[in-house]
Design a protein around this ligand. Structure first.
Ligand code: HEM
Length: 449
């Protein structure tokens, strides 16, 4: 009997260990880590709330009940606009560590010492769905990284597109970088998961989606919570000015693969996510990535897509988070001091730059621009005759296995079915331009051939 009990106790313990779930246990952990109530319930003005107000007893005038007034007015204002795209997502915190020196091509300080660690925030997203949509929709994925460097914040905002799925996880557009000798190169970042890439099949994804639309977000939180920290290898493809000249505008098309056989991946560092958010709204919903957050040595992209994004993101973030969105703690370049001489406005204003002189130039020891850094200008791109189908054709004809082709066609048919006939026909025409076999097979399955 005793032996049986021990076995039972051991198996219950093993089960508990197995079922330990950082998402479900979040509140329990809070309880375990605190000795009784953590403090007094207060009004937003800081005054202690008496028991009769908190329990809202019948005979109190509500207008005199500060607990009620705070709650009722706040609840009406607690939603902020969601991101216009990439609204569904989650994130975590960790660090980037340099593993290979690339100071010969880029002078950015955070890249220049092997072993140097920079704190980061990362957000993973889908593209089109709203905040409540499923993680598992067939979608282009976003992968954004904010590096809190000692020279300010650098935001890398990348996508994982299906066409590059075979070789890479997070290609950015080309970014122009400069070294100490002011020599220019172009790099494309690739962030590849050390755990490898695995995909769910459509039916499986649809099935999970029906009962767990937050499947991927939960998984990230659970892994980090259990101490199984996900990591990625960061590499760059490096192109010289001459390479870019030879490739023309195609070098700057975000959906294009730059062949790794011609431009191999050079590892530069690793990313480790080892810290979950402890408040989703404050740390993830308010996280704002801007392509214009650059650091010395990294100049951004010379293409018009990049140029339009420099405007679009800051405008979107001013709208959804307010004009002082870079002063929200998660967006602050906390590794450096900021003196922008821009003050006031709707909060948060932080210390509002205290009593620093408000204009430049001035005679009162206000902040000065960096006289040692030079303004490097971006190259200019001229687009001649654009042809956009070659890569898709090559991908279909030579990179997909016959099984993958069949799945692609099934998925296209599934997604196209609800569309009106005119759109179905237009899409089939487009698919036929990419490859006649692709168009014909989709048309046949949709009885449109
Ligand atoms: C002209 C083209 C584009 C425009 C106008 C645009 C605009 C936007 C806007 C307005 C947001 C929401 C920002 C916010 O409210 O915080 C956003 C998010 C995002 N965009 Fe773009 N975008 C464009 C192209 C791209 C490209 C080429 C990439 C990748 C290389 C990209 C990757 C992302 C990602 C990953 C997010 C989510 C950021 C996050 O996690 O908060 N976008 N985009």
């Amino acid at each position: 009997m005793l032996a049986l009990l021990i076995i039972f106790a051991v198996s219950v313990m093993a089960m508990q260990e197995d079922q330990w779930d950082p998402v479900k246990n979040h509140m329990l952990e809070f309880k375990e880590n605190t000795d009784g109530p953590i403090g007094m319930l207060t009004s937003s003005g800081g005054a202690p709330i008496p028991y009769c107000e908190a329990t809202n007893s019948l005979n109190n005038r509500l207008i005199n009940n500060e607990f009620f007034m705070d709650a009722i007015t706040h609840v009406n204002r607690e939603r902020i606009p969601e991101r216009v795209v990439h609204a569904k997502g989650t994130g975590a915190f960790g660090y980037f560590e340099v593993t290979h020196d690339i100071s010969n091509i880029c002078k950015a300080d955070f890249l220049n010492d092997v072993g140097k660690k920079t704190p980061i925030a990362v957000r993973f997203s889908t593209t089109q769905g709203s905040r409540g949509s499923s993680d598992l929709n067939r979608e282009v994925r976003g992968f954004s990284i904010k590096f809190y460097t000692e020279e300010g914040n650098l935001d890398l905002i990348g996508l994982k597109t299906p066409f590059v799925s075979l070789i890479s996880s997070m290609p950015q557009e080309e970014i122009q970088v400069v070294n100490k000798n002011r020599e220019i190169h172009f790099v494309r970042f690739h962030i590849l998961p050390d755990a490898g890439i695995k995909n769910l099949m459509s039916a499986e994804a649809r099935n999970i989606s029906s009962f767990d639309p937050d499947y991927v977000s939960r998984n990230l939180y659970q892994q980090i919570g259990k101490g199984e920290f996900p990591s990625w290898t960061v590499s760059v493809q490096i192109l010289s000015k001459a390479d870019v000249k030879r490739m023309g505008y195609k070098a700057f098309e975000v959906s294009r693969v730059i062949p790794t056989k011609d431009f191999p991946l050079h590892p530069i560092g690793k990313i480790v996510l080892d810290k979950n958010f402890n408040n989703f709204h404050a740390q993830i919903e308010q996280l704002a990535f801007c392509p214009s957050n650059l650091v010395p040595g990294i100049l951004g992209g010379p293409d018009i897509m990049y140029e339009s994004r420099r405007f679009a993101y800051r405008d979107a973030q001013s709208y959804r988070l307010g004009g002082n969105f870079k002063k929200i703690p998660v967006n602050c370049p906390f590794q450096t001091n900021t003196y922008t001489i821009n003050r006031d406005g709707v909060g948060p204003v932080g210390s509002n730059e205290e009593d620093v002189p408000s204009y430049y130039p001035n005679s009162f020891n206000g902040p000065e621009p960096n006289s040692e850094s030079h303004c490097s200008s971006l190259i200019k791109i001229y687009e001649e005759k654009a042809y956009n189908f070659d890569q898709a054709a090559e991908f279909y004809a030579n990179e997909l296995t016959s099984d993958e082709k069949t799945r692609l066609i099934e998925n296209l048919v599934f997604e196209l079915q609800p569309a009106v006939k005119m759109i179905q026909e237009k899409t089939i025409k487009l698919l036929t331009t990419i490859h006649p076999d692709l168009g014909n097979r989709v048309a046949k399955q949709m009885n449109l051939s």
